[in-house]
Ligand binder design. Sequence first.
Ligand code: PHE
Length: 344
Amino acid sequence: MRDRLEELAEEGLAALGSAATEEDLRRVEQDYLGRHGRITAVLRQLGGLPPAERPAVGRLANEIKERLARELEARLEILRRSRLEAELAGEGFDPTLPGPPARAGSLHPIERVRRELEDLFRSMGYAVAGGPEVETEEHNFDALNIPPDHPAREGHDTLWIEGGDRERLCMRTHTSPVQVRALRRHGVPLRVVAPGRVFRQETQDATHDHTFHQMEGLVVDRGVGVPHMLHAMRSLLSGLFGRELQTRLRPGYFPFVEPGFELDARCPFCKSGCSVCKGSTWIELMPGGLVHPEVLRASGVDPEDYSGFAFGLGLSRIAMLRYGIDDIRWMMSGDLRFLEQFDA
Ligand code: PHE
């Protein structure tokens, strides 16, 4: 039986050597290595051998199969190469043919809303400002009239950064520190929006994530008051929803504004209560207020001369409303099944 196997190996190698096409090669493969091939046929008789001899013969058969398989691969590769060379050299290859189409990406829903709002505010004379995501304690809290022992700090579950040698550093918990940065840098009068990522140590659920997006608005000039703030907020809303929504102001508390407000809008999706407005027909959209004199002072602006308003828009939340996304965790998931739904 060993001899028969060796013979088959010789024959098989010779057959592979004389095969001229891929088809020929595949036929030899079937003939020798296939389930009904010659080597298998020999192996079927293994049972007729004395038990002591079986393992050695089995091993030999496997080794021969491998040898043939290796030779087959090598021959296939040679054929492939020469076909490619012939194509490249001859008429068969047309380098001007288009390749497979590249898949176009799409804009993330937050990115879309951000761009739209930036365009809207630019058209109203605002500049776009920014600041770092790793922020100093001074910008994120102190200059915003939130001293260390202030209870408002507890509302911001802050991710502190270890090892800032001169100043305490944190992941910014809101975009409001950009108010201070922009004022210190550019002075007054000033009109800016500042979109960006913010971070909080939150337990994730459908409406909370540790990373989300906000957009800060800030206007400081002589004689700026609540009506100016309302106008800016309302323009923003009609820009977003394509029509005027009825709004209402409630008092709201933030240490860096005085007075402070919460702006609600009539639910854009229903008349009598739905799951988005939780049956109330109002949705809480945006906090804001007049910039606190202490914040102006800390930013190098004289509050006797100048006043301003600020608002903070939750970009993540707006994008969710806009596109009917019911779980904020999709936003940062990077899941293509989610992202592909926003193809242009
Ligand atoms: N920074 C506040 C927050 O993240 C929102 C805010 C911005 C409130 C501007 C008032 C004015 O909770």
